[in-house]
Structures are given as C-alpha cells and as structure tokens.
Design a protein around this ligand. Structure first.
Ligand SMILES: [Fe+2]
Ligand SMILES: [Fe+2]
Length: 238
C-alpha cells in the first residue's frame, strides 16, 4: 500500500491557513488530472473515451481562461506594472487555443497518429503554460491585499463576481470539485484539494454576502503546491 500524500493534521498542530486564490490555483490540478486521463485513453486506443474527456476539458478550460482573460490578468497587471502582459500570458492563451483547435480538427481525422501528434503538441504547450502562470501569478496574488480578508474581498469583487455570468460557470466549479475529489492534487489528498471550491459552493454562493467570507476563508492547506499562497490567519470582523 502506498503512503498517503499528506499526513493527517496532528492534534494541536497549526490550523489550515486561508488561501482565497486557491480557487484558481487548484483548478490547475483538476486540469492536469484531466490531461492524464486523456493520455491514458489515447494510449489505450479508447477514442470515444478520449473524445468525452477532451470535450469536458475544453468546456472547463473555456471558463478558466475567460476568468483569467477577463479578470485575473488585469487584476494582477494592476499590482505589478504589467507583469502578466510582459510575461506574455495573454498571448499564451491565443497559442493554446490555436493548438487545441488543431486537436478538435484531428478528432475527425482518420488515423490515430494524426490525433496523437496534434494532442501531444497541445499538451506540451499547455503544461508549460500552467507552470508559467503559477510562477508568475501566485507571488502577485499576495500584492492584491494586505490581509487574507482583503484578498478574499478582491477575489469576490474582481474575480468571482464578474465570472459568475460566464457560460457554464456553475458547471465548471462542479467539474473542478469532481476532478479534485476523485484524483486529489499533486501535493494534497482529495479532501484538502477540494476544500476551497466546496466552501465556495456552500457558503459564498448561497449567501452572496461578504459576511460569508470568513467561512469561505477557512479553506486552508496542509501541504502541496498551494502552500505558496499560505498566509497567516487573522480574526475576521463582519
Ligand atoms: Fe491560463
Ligand atoms: Fe490558469
């Protein structure tokens, strides 16, 4: 039996830290899980299974990219004198869309080698994009507010509020939760990786009041890549 990825939190250990921007960062782990599934289905020659996974991925990625293009990039450019644009992250989205469209075309092509070649080119580019975004964006998220509460309000006002009207937004949140619940993340067990999205669903969306943020903020991490967003807990006035 393999070791669990993360040990249960010991009694008296430091409580989880709030991390509002994990709602974007953890989505990358769901995208990576889907890419692994796509690769497995291609390798197994499961054409219909690949098509289903790819099309769900495309639907989810459309929402994730729109959140970045419409809100996240501008937010982080604003706290960094344009670091997002300088790093060419918006241009990477354009290139990713071009390569993904080639996969769509190859879905209807005869011969799996054509599809595999198109998908491999897209996959290499996309995995690089995810890492590049994490390297550039995650440190900048800490500049959006001086406290966890302030950053959560920024996430509410500048990211989630404007994104709720996107097509498939609710479906996307559910897809991320499902993928993380089933596959966890690179550094977290499923119950930790899904926490931020589940809290968002149960507290934030149900009330649509900023007073719900303290509950939503109780979405800490006990390990993994999301640790880059860890911040010290504070009392929340509401
Ligand atoms: Fe992106
Ligand atoms: Fe992203």
């Amino acid at each position: 039996m393999s070791e669990p990825k993360t040990s249960p939190q010991a009694a008296g250990a430091e409580p989880p830290k709030p991390m509002p921007f994990a709602i974007m960062r953890n989505a990358h782990e769901a995208l990576r899980a889907s890419i692994r599934l796509q690769e497995q289905k291609l390798a197994a020659g499961d054409g219909s299974g690949f098509r289903d996974e790819w099309q769900n991925f495309r639907r989810a990625l459309a929402v994730h990219m729109a959140m970045e293009d419409d809100s996240m990039f501008d937010l982080l450019d604003g706290v960094s004198a344009g670091a997002i644009t300088s790093a060419n992250l918006p241009a990477e989205h354009v290139e990713d869309s071009r390569l993904a469209a080639a996969v769509d075309v190859a879905l209807g092509a005869t011969g799996s080698s054509t599809l595999r070649a198109a998908w491999s080119a897209w996959k290499d580019d996309h995995l690089h994009h995810l890492v590049h975004e994490e390297e550039v964006m995650m440190p900048l998220t800490m500049k959006t507010g001086a406290t966890p509460e302030a950053r959560a309000r920024v996430v509410h006002d500048r990211l989630l509020g404007p994104s709720e009207g996107l097509p498939n937004f609710d479906w996307y949140i559910g897809w991320v939760v499902r993928m993380l619940s089933e596959f966890g993340s690179a550094g977290q067990p499923a119950n930790v990786a899904t926490r931020v999205h589940e809290r968002y669903q149960s507290f934030f969306r149900s009330s649509r009041k900023l007073c719900a943020l303290p509950a939503w903020l109780s979405t800490g991490s006990s390990g993994g890549p999301e640790e880059r967003m860890r911040v010290e807990p504070e009392p929340y006035g509401c």
